[in-house]
Design a protein around this ligand. Structure first.
Ligand code: GTP
Ligand code: MG
Length: 361
């Protein structure tokens, strides 16, 4: 599962990527600094793991992880493959969900390809290029379906769906915002339309605007309000600087800047949710660990994340809710209070379940 970071040139994508992944990918004041996709693994922050590790005296903590890609920038015409367009489109196709970085900072040293900073216009530009790429995809499918429809009357419905989708996209509506029929939803998935990928917005502001935002971020938020997506203020440049500091100095630096917490953790957590992922937990003297599973995963498949033997030989799961465990103070106390449940093969695992799998192979 991968998240793609996309946006206009010089929006701060690489700065955000570097701060998320604590890496040093090349960024610069000239547009199109990034020509090859950068890929990095990010730990998903989870304070529950620290508490579990303290309770179980675990030797180590292992967080869940997700993958981020810093994709080459887009310009007008990228949807047709212009500029770095093909790299841009390939990167986005590969992503399961997107973090759209919107430039909301003024800095005359950092060129804007369109001359001025204008968050809403930039967002339109990106949407337009993605829509354009999707329309091409729909058109190609339509000419194929039209040919086959002569022999196969069942394809009439698909043609109808293609026409409706084309019409909506032509009027500027991304597929993720269209109320889809079953047939349309099926098509959108088959064609993996770019505008169907879930999006969150990272509004990249100067550090002084981190708490209250600025006129650019306000314009962006107004536009985002129409689509019911999550948005976060972040200062990518500041975060990049913070990421270079030793861990123990970061909190003090943030406090000095008058910022309560880094925006990164919230972006990472939201990204994880956006991918439809959640974590169950395991704890013991060796390790306290979060394991990533898709929403609605049944117990045996969750066990299989740890080891295939656990799935193959699954007998049952002993589960205590994280909150109950903390409230009682120990596994034994939770068990005594009847809060440890035995669950079978049909159990759907919930976020924060602390699980011990019983198996036999
Ligand atoms: N003043 C200011 N500069 C920033 C901010 N965020 C990024 N920059 C600077 O803007 C320039 C471009 O940032 P990048 O992260 O390289 O932008 P990008 O979106 O990856 O750009 P391309 O790879 O060229 O598409 C760099 O010099 C950054 O240091 C910010 O919040 N404020
Ligand atoms: Mg870049």
């Amino acid at each position: 599962m991968k998240l793609g970071i996309l946006g206009m040139p010089n929006a701060g994508k690489t700065a955000l990527f570097n701060s998320l992944t604590r890496s040093g990918a090349k960024s610069g004041v000239f547009p199109f600094s990034t020509t090859e996709t950068n890929v990095g693994i990010v730990s998903v922050p989870d304070p529950r793991l620290n508490e579990l590790a303290a309770m179980y005296k675990s030797e180590k903590i292992t967080n869940a992880t997700i993958e981020f890609m810093d994709i080459a920038a887009l310009v007008k015409g990228s949807g047709k493959g212009e500029g770095l367009g093909n790299k841009f489109l390939a990167g986005i196709r590969e992503a399961d969900a997107l973090v759209h970085v919107v430039r909301c900072f003024e800095d005359e040293n950092v060129l804007h390809v369109d001359g001025t900073v204008d968050a809403a216009r930039d967002m339109d530009t990106i949407d337009f290029e993605l829509i354009f790429a999707d329309l091409e995809q729909l058109e190609r499918r339509k000419s194929r379906t039209q040919k086959n429809a002569k022999a196969d009357k069942n394809l009439a419905g698909e043609l109808e769906a293609l026409d409706r989708l084309t019409g909506e996209l032509e009027s500027g509506i991304p597929a993720r915002l269209i109320d889809l029929s079953d047939a349309e939803a099926q098509l959108v998935k088959e064609l993996s339309l770019l505008t169907y990928k879930p999006v969150i917005y990272a509004l990249n502001v100067d550090e002084d605007s981190l708490s209250g935002g600025n006129s650019h971020s306000k314009a962006a938020l107004e536009r985002i309000a129409k689509e019911n997506a999550e948005a976060f203020l972040v200062s990518a440049k500041l975060e990049e600087e913070i990421a270079l500091l030793p861990e123990e100095e970061r909190a003090a630096f943030l406090a000095e800047m008058g910022v309560a917490e880094s925006g990164l953790d919230r972006i990472i957590t939201a990204s994880y949710r956006l991918l439809g992922l959640m974590s169950f937990l395991t704890a013991g003297p060796k390790e306290s660990r979060a394991w990533t599973i898709p929403l609605n995963t049944k117990a045996p498949a969750a066990a299989g994340k740890i080891h295939s033997d656990l799935e193959r030989g699954f007998i049952r799961a002993e589960i205590v809710n994280y909150g109950d465990l903390m409230e009682r103070g120990s596994y034994a106390a939770a068990k005594e209070a009847g809060l440890v449940r035995l669950e079978g093969k049909e159990y759907v695992v919930r976020d924060g379940d602390v699980i011990l799998f019983r198996f036999n192979v």
